[in-house]
Write a protein that binds this ligand. Structure first.
Ligand code: CTP
Length: 208
């Protein structure tokens, strides 16, 4: 199979030197890439800025902003059999990016923000026969909220994890299907969890 994987954070610029982002390390997404490569799949990695070197053997598209991630994914997805969206995408961006550097005013400032493109929702809406796996990072009512996301973004499966996953080496996840059934729970290092998820997808979708 040819699999699109998103990883890492995005950045949304306030001006030419400052941005909003999050603490995603990219470890989960990169572990998924390695797991998919080990099983012999082709992988397109669309990655936000992270410290990790991209795994050898995949096609890499390095992006910064959510808009760039969206454009790279929409193009790459046309040639893929499925997508796993592990990126921690910024939900909001400043309405405008100031050229140069915002100077201090001596008082508080207000920044108007609008929602970014929802990359996964766009891929889900155009998936046709392709499979779509989302991640959901939830603190409260986790299953209910994860399922809402699965439906809103037209995913086939969603991987539920908690806030402790951000920036950490280990993870504890639950795989949910479209009817809300809990299909699997996996815990351990992100590499272990990635191997389990890819093994599960391979069994289900890989052509023999
Ligand atoms: N996602 C995306 N584009 C966005 C926001 C999220 O592709 N603009 C993807 C993530 O990669 C993940 C899934 O959507 O696979 C859910 O992300 P999450 O941050 O848990 O949910 P949000 O939709 O951002 O909702 P909220 O932050 O309100 O919980």
């Amino acid at each position: 199979m040819r699999i699109l994987i998103t990883a890492g954070p995005t950045r949304e610029y306030l001006d030419d030197v400052r941005y909003l982002s999050n603490a995603s390390s990219g470890r989960m997404g990169y572990a998924l890439v390695e797991a998919a490569l080990k099983l012999g799949h082709d992988v397109v990695l669309v990655t936000g800025p992270v410290e990790l070197p991209p795994p050898a053997g995949c096609e890499v598209h390095a992006v910064e902003t959510t808009g760039q991630m969206r454009d790279a994914c929409v193009t790459a997805f046309m040639e893929c059999d499925g997508v796993i969206a592990a990126a921690a995408v910024c939900d909001y961006r400043p309405v405008r990016r100031v050229t140069g550097k915002i100077a201090k005013t001596g008082g508080p400032i207000t920044i108007d923000m609008i929602e970014t493109d929802d990359v996964l929702a766009e891929l889900g809406a155009t998936k046709d026969g392709r499979w779509v796996v989302g991640f959901a990072l939830e603190a409260e009512n986790p299953r209910e909220r994860a399922l809402q996301k699965l439906r809103a973004k037209n995913c086939d499966w969603i991987v539920l994890n908690g806030p402790a996953a951000i920036g950490s080496v280990a993870n504890e996840v639950e795989l949910l299907g479209a009817t809300g059934e809990s299909l699997q729970t996996w815990s351990g290092t992100k590499r272990n969890v990635a191997d389990k998820l890819l093994g599960w997808l391979h069994e289900r979708y890989a052509k023999v």
